[in-house]
Design a protein around this ligand. Structure first.
Ligand code: AKG
Length: 407
């Protein structure tokens, strides 16, 4: 591309050095703080080329840093903006410049602060039954296991919708390990690296009974609950036992539209979860709605929900002060949780599907609630094999796949 074409994509360049620069990108004027552009410099003097780790500190940047940009064309990277610094970090000479591609500049102002790279939460699709019925995705086991572009597509869908189904999964106890390992290291918990969901007498967990199991998330009684959950159906030889799912983010948005005070109650009231059985005693307290610690930087118009925590079967008694008669918080919480449950479990928000043998569901355990209809254990076998994958592992894989697929 010629310099003129590059300059056409980025206007308002070649100004006097200043603390802010205004760049016109794709016809829109964007203002950047030059300290932000300087801090992101990826030249070999600023970032070690092998480890990509920073060779200066943000605290080294002079408070009154000024810079200006001009359009250049990099032989490999195409059109870029090169910034020259008037009063650069000590030790960097006048020959030091910072180059950012137009694509980087375009993305820099739209990505979420905490998840740069290929992972964009602004592409999240909130769903009700109609939407997920229309958009639901199935992927073939073999393609998922062997083709990176199929895997990227599948995991992007999983990231955007929180739900994905795999078919033609081999009838083997290790298939769920293979499916999870394609993403990365499995999360080991006291349930084991993989675990079996089948009905048994004197079960330590309601999941291991034939009873109805309401909408919930797993392991909220731990400090870092698993991000992904996989459930592979090995045996489905008894009627009933259908799975159903609900998008807790969609429901939280609906709740906010309906009642800001309910939303606030769920975002502030502490709910304790526990698991206490024989040699295990886990205990953790968190609000139902966790809001972003950086609301100012969130997408405009979004309530900036970072996480939802909802797992009624695993709730512990509330913190002791909550029970005192001077506290009205518990009553507000009960009213808010009633309203939230109503939205979560509304038939128009539920996606129900009975897993057949050879099928596996993958879902975002921090967003999509899962549940199971009761079944009759006397009529035949029902057996799911489960595994978990942590958020860091999943997002890392997604970013690396994105780099490979999109370049
Ligand atoms: C769990 O193990 O957390 C479950 O919810 C089991 C789901 C099922 O039996 O379908």
């Amino acid at each position: 591309e010629s310099l003129a074409e590059a300059a056409e994509q980025v206007g308002a360049l070649d100004g006097e050095p200043a603390q802010h620069v205004a760049l016109e990108i794709d016809g829109r004027l964007r203002t950047f703080d030059t300290a932000f552009l300087r801090d992101s410099c990826a030249c070999p003097l600023c970032r070690d080329p092998h480890s990509k780790q920073k060779l200066f500190q943000t605290s080294d940047i002079p408070e009154h840093l000024e810079g200006s940009g001009r359009a250049v064309v990099d032989e490999e990277k195409g059109p870029m903006v090169e910034f020259t610094w008037k009063n650069d970090i000590e030790g960097y000479g006048p020959e030091h410049h910072t180059r950012h591609s137009i694509d980087w500049l375009r993305r820099a102002l739209t990505m979420e602060v905490d998840l740069r790279g290929g992972v964009r939460h602004d592409e999240r699709v909130l769903w009700n039954r109609d939407r997920i019925t229309r958009d639901n995705k199935w992927v073939d086991y073999k393609s998922y296991m062997t083709q990176d572009d199929v895997l990227f597509d599948a995991l992007s869908h999983l990231n955007n919708y929180g739900l994905l189904f795999v078919k033609n999964v081999p009838d083997s106890e290790t298939s769920v390990v293979d499916l999870a390992s394609r993403i990365g290291t499995l999360k080991d918990t006291f349930y084991g690296r993989t675990w079996d969901v089948r009905s048994k007498p004197q079960a330590e967990n309601i999941a291991y009974t034939p009873h109805f199991l309401g909408l919930h998330m797993d392991l909220l009684y731990t400090s870092n609950p698993p991000h992904l959950q996989l459930l592979h159906s090995l045996r489905a030889r008894t009627p009933g036992g259908a799975s159903f799912f609900s998008d807790s983010f969609h429901a939280a948005h609906q709740l906010l539209r309906h009642s800001a005070s309910h939303f606030r109650a769920l975002a502030t009231f502490p709910v304790t979860y526990h698991y206490h059985h024989k040699t295990h005693h886990y205990h953790f307290t968190r609000p139902v709605l966790e809001l972003s610690p950086y609301p100012k930087y969130a997408d405009p118009g979004s309530p900036a929900i970072k996480r939802v925590n909802w797992s009624p079967p695993f709730q512990a008694p509330f913190e002791s002060r909550i029970g005192s008669n001077s506290s009205t918080a518990l009553r507000s919480f009960i009213a808010a949780s009633h309203a939230y449950e109503k939205v979560l479990a509304a038939p128009e928000n539920l996606f129900e599907y009975r897993l057949e043998e050879g099928e596996c569901v993958l879902f975002d355990n921090r967003r999509v609630l899962h549940a199971r209809r009761a079944f009759d254990a006397s009529k035949g076998e029902r057996w799911l094999k489960g595994a978990y994958v942590d958020d860091d592992v999943f997002f890392s894989r997604l970013r690396v796949l994105e780099e490979g697929v999109r370049g």
